[in-house]
Design a protein. Sequence first.
Length: 396
Amino acid sequence: MQFTDAVTVAGTRRRDDGYLVADARIARTGVQVYLGSEVGRDDMATVRVYRPGSEVFAEDTLKSAAHRPVTNDHPAELVTSENWRQHAVGQTGDEITGEGIFIRVPLMVSDGATIKLIEDGKRELSAGYTCDLDFTAGETPTGEAYDAIQRNIRFNHVAIVHAGRAGSQVRIGDAKQWGAAPITPTQEKETITMSDALRTVVVDGLSVSTTDQGAQAITKLMKDLESSSAKLVDADKAYQAKLADAEKAHAEALKAKDADLAKKDEEIGTLKADLKKAQDSAPKPEDIDRLVADRAQLVTTVKAIDSKIETMGKTDADLRRAAVAAKLGDEMVKGASDAEIAGMFKAIAKDIKPADPLRTVVSGGLQQVNDADKAATEAYAAMVKDMQSAHQAQAN
């Protein structure tokens, strides 16, 4: 939609080259009343339109006020590069600032005829701009009710007019007029007051009026706050990264410890299994007794075949082989297997009846024996005793 605002031009002066320069406050914040028919709401007699500071002082809004054409009255169309030469009598500058609730725009009028009209009393300015109307009712921060909100304000031109409003019949789209103007009394010529020297700074969406020094201080504080916030974010990221690394290292250490414990558990299990296997495979006492008896019988038989055969530290197979060799000769055992030796030993031993030294002594009475017989008897008795007690030592 196309709109106009009326203000009185202030602070005009002629330059040496004849151009006229001035400052104009071309828009302000707050609630303004329009005819409903002018803003597309014929169902409403009037519409209270709210222009918040966040929209008025938005960066894109302020930029749109720079280098805008100044016209003598409002043209019937938007001023563009195609028709600029036809309508423009001057231009706004680029030092766009906020002063209190207003946007201040410096401008220059370069057309001599228009300058004369201004000096003769045609001293009001009317900003022509477009915007979006958001018909969402509400209240301003100060409690003032409104029916709609202006958004996306974009300036098109600034017109020099006799009166800021061209009568109650002005309509949006009227070929003879440009836009709709708020219903306000004719504004008196502005005077410079303390409030005129204030600047408006938007802080967290709120418009704050302050001096230049205050605005600079606020801007610096906001930048410092942004910098501090960024540092805090970076510090938090670094802390989170270190925490993640520590948690990862801790998890890896626990994993390695668990693996080590599992390995030790496996080793313990293997040792237990080996021990049980050894216990299960260990000879029983009755088996040991039988082995001792068999060994004693074998030694006795071997000694009966040849008493000179040394039995200590020899295996059963060795004893059988020695006995066969003693009885049948070395040629019989040469190259023979243990099984063959066992067969030959069985053959020569079946007729051997080992003597019982104790029974011989008892039956024959006490007799003088030579040292060789005595030694043989003692050796045999020691061997039998050793064989009989060997399984007890193993069990212990």
